[in-house]
Design a protein around this ligand. Structure first.
Ligand SMILES: Cc1cc2nc3c(=O)[nH]c(=O)nc-3n(C[C@H](O)[C@H](O)[C@H](O)COP(=O)(O)OP(=O)(O)OC[C@H]3O[C@@H](n4cnc5c(N)ncnc54)[C@H](O)[C@@H]3O)c2cc1C
Ligand SMILES: NC(=O)c1ccc[n+]([C@@H]2O[C@H](COP(=O)([O-])OP(=O)(O)OC[C@H]3O[C@@H](n4cnc5c(N)ncnc54)[C@H](OP(=O)(O)O)[C@@H]3O)[C@@H](O)[C@H]2O)c1
Length: 449
């Protein structure tokens, strides 16, 4: 069997690995495509640079791809460099594992003002995504971050942290230089619900509460719990630990550090206010618990002067050409990984896995369970696979070359990898990321190495 996987993030790589290792009565050869010149998806372009332990998952993903039984095609975009019709010509089936790269919308007045940023865009900047701008406006002294998920914590931490403390990571020079110019003194994180309803994880919250050179401040009025909150605290260990972490900050006097991280709860964003087209304040409505862990508005509004707002209210998947898409949830329409047509019938040969299958929630490890479910469907569906007319491996390389697509195979990726490590070594760092697509291509196709 010849299988195409579109998306070389953890979901795509786990799916390939699981299928190779699955009990099956047929030979298999897998090609893994990604529009980026680098593999690993959000592990490389989402996980914060100061989380080296998580970035370390790249080592395990690398080992899968380095075995030689899965071919990598970087710099190849499904929809333009390769189409569904072409995949049908070369493969028996395809899995889409295209994840999510953009911000969910926050529909409040003022989101279009200068200084109102999507968290995903900021992440793409500091993680050096090649298709996003190289500069970032960090002139704001006071900043609002909306949302109580781990992305909000990542963004707040990177904004509050001393840039020098990031220098040991793989951030490129433009990001370090940008952060050095930051004027940030106060980062306010606003959650619309309470301490027992946060979507953080315990380690990440503890880390955010103890950033070197930053005072973390909580507010007495925000420590309220209803029956729904108590149930969550009693039944969920993670909630209990996080509530304890937040409770332990109550009444602590600030040390007088020159940066502060303020954690506000029961504060729903209502409007981003502006002056001269630029963000000047955030208006929130205070909320209160409804008895079940949900909240309702109180009608009390407050304004906080801020010069930038980061919206970290979740990610959202993107539609792919010729593939059914559920625009409400931002996922490929599917059942257990089988992609469905408008009538709800499984489309032969087309599958989905990872965040584009079940939405942008969950950790890297969760994509493995996803992949298992999708792989089980593929194995059960042998009779409905496509019948490719050009199943030879080389026909794919030929098609891309004929089209002038400069695809990056695994040997080329290894050259890029070595280049990044060499850049790092020169600065006594493990690696420094390349940023520009052209730099990837230069490193990939360099002569004599
Ligand atoms: C900011 C952020 C930080 C995170 N930090 C952590 C963390 O510390 N720990 C943790 O466990 N989880 C973390 N997560 C969650 C984790 O990143 C996801 O669970 C996981 O990456 C989802 O995997 P995926 O393969 O479905 O999608 P992705 O990782 O997004 O991979 C999808 C791949 O598909 C490619 N692609 C998209 N469209 C096309 C196309 N048309 N053609 C070809 N290729 C395409 C993309 O370039 C990408 O490489 C974080 C998420 C975010 C957003
Ligand atoms: N270090 C890590 O392990 C790490 C780092 C980053 C991301 N991740 C994972 O990646 C996934 C995505 O993270 P995420 O932070 O993007 O999403 P998330 O966990 O779903 O959090 C989204 C947050 O935005 C809030 N929100 C949504 N709509 C809102 C609105 N209209 N107004 C105000 N607030 C709103 C939500 O509040 P409600 O709860 O009230 O809806 C929630 O607090 C998560 O599973 C996360 O754990 C992990």
């Amino acid at each position: 069997m010849r299988l195409a996987i579109v998306g070389a993030g953890p979901a795509g790589i786990y799916a390939a690995d699981l299928l190779i290792k699955a009990e099956r009565d047929f030979d298999i050869s897998i090609d893994l495509f990604d529009l980026l010149p680098a593999p690993y998806g959000l592990v490389r372009y989402g996980v914060a640079p100061d989380h080296p332990r998580i970035k370390g998952i790249i080592r395990a993903l690398y080992e899968v791809l380095d075995r030689g039984d899965i071919r990598f095609f970087g710099n190849v975009k499904y929809g333009s460099d390769v189409t569904l019709e072409e995949l049908k010509k070369h493969y028996h089936a395809v899995i889409f594992a295209t994840g999510a790269i953009k911000d969910a919308e926050l529909d409040i007045p003022g989101v279009g003002l200068e200084g109102s940023f999507g968290a995903a865009d900021f992440v793409n900047w500091y993680d050096a995504h090649p298709d996003f701008p190289r500069t970032w406006d960090l002139s704001a002294k006071e900043i609002a971050v909306i949302g109580n998920g781990n992305v909000a914590l990542d963004v707040a931490r990177i904004l509050a942290k001393q840039p020098l403390d990031l220098l040991a990571t793989d951030i490129p020079d433009n990001v370090y230089q940008g952060l050095l110019k930051s004027n940030a003194t106060d980062v306010h994180v606003f959650g619309r619900r309470g301490p027992a309803q946060v979507k953080f994880t315990p380690l990440e919250l503890r880390e955010a509460c103890h950033i070197n050179g930053v005072d973390t401040i909580v507010y007495e009025e925000d420590f309220k719990y209803d029956a729904g909150s108590q149930l969550a605290i009693d039944s969920n260990n993670q909630t209990r630990v996080m509530v304890n972490t937040l409770e332990s900050l109550r009444g602590i006097e600030p040390t007088g550090a020159n940066k502060r991280l303020h954690l506000h709860f029961f504060s729903a964003p209502d409007e981003i206010l502006g002056e001269g087209g630029k963000v000047s304040a955030i208006k929130i409505e205070r909320t209160e618990l409804d008895g079940n862990g949900g909240v309702v508005g109180t009608g009390e509004f407050r304004e906080y002067p801020v010069q930038a707002v980061y919206r970290a209210v979740g990610y959202f998947g993107s539609e792919l050409p010729e593939i059914p898409f559920d625009a409400k949830y931002g996922v490929i329409t599917n059942q257990a990984g089988r992609v469905l047509d408008e009538a709800g019938n499984a489309i032969p040969g087309v599958y989905a896995t990872g965040w584009i299958k079940r939405g942008p929630v969950g950790l890297i490890g969760h994509t493995k369970a996803d992949a298992m479910e999708t792989i089980a469907c593929i194995l059960a569906d042998q009779n409905s696979w496509w019948k490719p007319t050009e199943p030879e491996e080389q026909s794919v390389d030929q098609m891309l070359s004929d089209r002038g697509v400069k695809f990056i195979g695994w040997p080329e990726w290894l050259k890029i990898d070595a280049t990044e490590k060499a850049l790092g070594e020169a600065q006594s760092r493990e690696r420094v990321k390349l940023v520009e697509r052209q730099d990837f291509l230069d490193a990939a196709f360099q002569k004599n190495s």
